[in-house]
Design a protein around this ligand. Sequence first.
Ligand SMILES: NC(=O)c1ccc[n+]([C@@H]2O[C@H](COP(=O)([O-])OP(=O)(O)OC[C@H]3O[C@@H](n4cnc5c(N)ncnc54)[C@H](O)[C@@H]3O)[C@@H](O)[C@H]2O)c1
Length: 246
Amino acid sequence: MSLENQTAVVTGAGRGIGRAIALAFAGAGADVVCISRTEANSQSVADEVAALGRKSWAVAVDVSDTAAVEAAVAKILEDTGGINILVNNAGVTRDGLLMRMSEADWDTVLDTNLKGAFTLTKAFARPLRKADNARIINIASVVGITGNAGQVNYAASKAGLIGFTKSVAREFAKSGLTVNAIAPGFIATDMTDELSDKVKDAIKANIPMGELGAVDDIAGAALYLASPAARYVTGQVLTVDGGMVM
Ligand SMILES: NC(=O)c1ccc[n+]([C@@H]2O[C@H](COP(=O)([O-])OP(=O)(O)OC[C@H]3O[C@@H](n4cnc5c(N)ncnc54)[C@H](O)[C@@H]3O)[C@@H](O)[C@H]2O)c1
């Protein structure tokens, strides 16, 4: 699953799943643009990519800020000379029951997880449609398929991302650009670290494989979807969840 001569953009690359994807892509031979909210986080992952012998670029941008994303994309295309893989991974949670959820928490989650993917995809669409081995990979979630009490905003954003993935896949299929989603189950990252041990035990009881996944489980799936091996796969949602959804 070589990614030699490929240039990937990974959003939310500063830590967790995004960082693991950036490093897996670099390990497979890709150059990587590391997007994160802060200069320090994007630079530290870009340095790790460079240490693997690949070209890297650090870009600090908030994916929910449309004007900032459009300016960043223009600069990325100028600096890299073109990209062929986009991974929309940046995401946030603002959990709470519907009756107590604020409009601000709804908007933050939808603006980051769903509108962010729309803005990045639209801004990169033209060069991606012309590129060889072009790929868009959206990081959704199993809760976008099953729903989850206490996460109406997050589950709606991820269900929206799945509908977005399938629709863009249909629009771009003729040009050879594939668009797929990965739906992780519960993966051990800073995001899930916030959960109490009691909640984590309850989650594990619902996972047929009995344990949380690792960031490399998601990076492996992303590597497959980005690689030439997945040339004929588009509009799919690949659940990587220890068997939670089957
Ligand atoms: N960890 C899990 O169990 C799990 C499960 C299902 C889906 N996911 C999804 O995987 C993705 C990565 O999650 P993670 O667990 O690595 O989370 P994380 O919180 O460790 O990392 C998220 C990254 O996204 C970045 N980010 C957040 N908002 C951003 C914004 N507005 N602009 C730019 N960057 C932004 C953060 O800075 C961070 O680097 C998310 O989309 C998340 O919803 C995670």
